[in-house]
Design a protein around this ligand. Structure first.
Ligand SMILES: NC(=O)C1=CN([C@@H]2O[C@H](COP(=O)(O)OP(=O)(O)OC[C@H]3O[C@@H](n4cnc5c(N)ncnc54)[C@H](OP(=O)(O)O)[C@@H]3O)[C@@H](O)[C@H]2O)C=CC1
Ligand SMILES: CC(=O)N[C@@H](CCC(=O)OP(=O)(O)O)C(=O)O
Length: 344
């Protein structure tokens, strides 16, 4: 049965808001309502999102409870710390999908340490591939969309931790494109700084996604999982290539590890375990909601190695948001979500 779902996007001038609209324009059940921003309010959307041709006549509104009222779903694609207050004014019957970090963490002390300010509370987490997530998302009116790094890293490691294959001490190195940092001007994101160079940042347990990784993976493992996470900024507009590893508990070989992953993701519509010997690349998932995955064992160091590629703006943000919205609304989970990338 067809339904018309009227949606609003707050933060429509940003990267995440733009990707959300690109996906929602092809979603058969969606009618696009209010599009809002902050300093860009009053300017044409096309000035910020020239690729969204069907919305060329739209003008951005201010982000207020009034402009966001009257919609079935409100997406908040705002900087961290700005969703909590506005969400609290949207009423219990509207589905609110928060693409920021405000409602991801369960522990108020973690929120204080990594973000600061008041903890807005935890909402059902929009990573359907994690155990139990679909049950929590079905029918919910509030969704916390994961951070882009924890999306790839959690999908990479969850099967191994759930099966008890590895020790609960994980190492994650993830190479990211620049759009992960949003559109606001920062000197380290200037073309002349980024082009031709890859730069590590947030090294030594300093990145705010560390507690989100640990929260996800500890829940899967049923014990406290420690995560050492190193992001690397690379000269590409979008994409994340994650390499995750952990010490094996048993003498599992590559074939055994592969069997565990094949079984875990056999029915996942967006997780693509590559044929043996082929390795994920971020370019292969640009514009698609897919996660490309490969797993092996380093026999000498007795470590499990998993490599995952996602598009940070699609599966890592807006695609994950639409996938989770579909589940919450009882729509087929894959509606409006591309599984085909753009190449070269
Ligand atoms: N980029 C990514 O890959 C990912 C992003 N996210 C999250 O999505 C959210 C948006 O990120 P992104 O699109 O990259 O960021 P951008 O900086 O590109 O966009 C931010 C948007 O929020 C608006 N905005 C800024 N301040 C306010 C405010 N006080 N009130 C209302 N609107 C405001 C901006 O409007 P204006 O033009 O007027 O300034 C703009 O539309 C963030 O929380 C981010 O962490 C999550 C995962 C991945
Ligand atoms: C390149 C870059 O700067 N990336 C961002 C990732 C942001 C993101 O995608 O997640 P959130 O929703 O938690 O912000 C960073 O490292 O902070």
């Amino acid at each position: 049965m067809r339904m018309t779902v009227k949606i609003a996007v707050a933060g429509a001038s940003g990267y995440a808001g733009g990707e959300l609209l690109r996906l929602l324009l092809t979603h058969p059940e969606i009618q696009i309502g209010a599009l809002t921003a902050a300093s860009s309010a009053g300017t044409p959307l096309v000035q910020h999102q020239p690729h969204l041709a069907p919305l060329a006549d739209r003008v951005l509104l201010e982000t207020t409870p009034e402009t966001l009222a009257g919609h079935d779903v409100v997406f908040l694609a705002l900087p961290h710390g700005h969703s909590g207050a506005i969400a609290a004014q949207l009423g219990p019957d509207v589905l609110v999908v928060d693409l920021g970090a405000d409602h991801r963490l369960s522990d108020a002390a973690d929120w204080q340490r990594w973000y600061g300010g008041d903890h807005a509370g935890q909402w059902p987490y929009g990573l359907p591939e994690l155990p139990g997530a679909r049950e929590r998302l079905a029918g919910t009116k509030r969704i916390a969309v994961p951070g882009c790094f924890p999306t790839g890293g959690s999908i990479a490691l969850a099967p191994a931790l759930a099966a008890g294959l590895v020790e609960p001490e994980i190492n994650v190195v993830a190479v990211t494109g620049t759009s992960g940092a949003g559109k606001s001007l920062k000197p380290n994101l200037l073309g002349s700084e980024v082009m031709g160079s890859a730069t590590a940042y947030g090294v030594g347990g300093a990145h705010r996604h560390t507690p989100e990784f640990a929260q996800n993976l500890s829940a899967v493992a049923g014990e406290r999982v420690k995560v050492s996470f190193t992001p690397v900024l690379a000269p590409m507009p979008r994409g994340i290539l994650t390499t995750a590893s952990a010490a094996l508990k048993t003498d599992l070989d590559a074939e055994g590890a592969r069997e565990v992953y094949e079984k875990a993701y056999a029915t996942e519509p967006f997780v693509q375990l590559l044929p043996e010997g082929r390795w994920p690349s971020s370019a292969s998932v640009v514009g698609s909601n897919n996660v490309q995955l490969q797993v092996t064992v380093d026999a000498d160091t007795r470590r499990l190695i998993v490599v995952a590629a996602i598009d940070n703006l699609t599966k890592g943000t807006a695609g994950g948001a639409v996938q989770s919205m579909n589940i919450a609304l009882g729509l087929p989970e894959t509606t409006g979500l591309p599984t085909v990338g753009v190449a070269p």
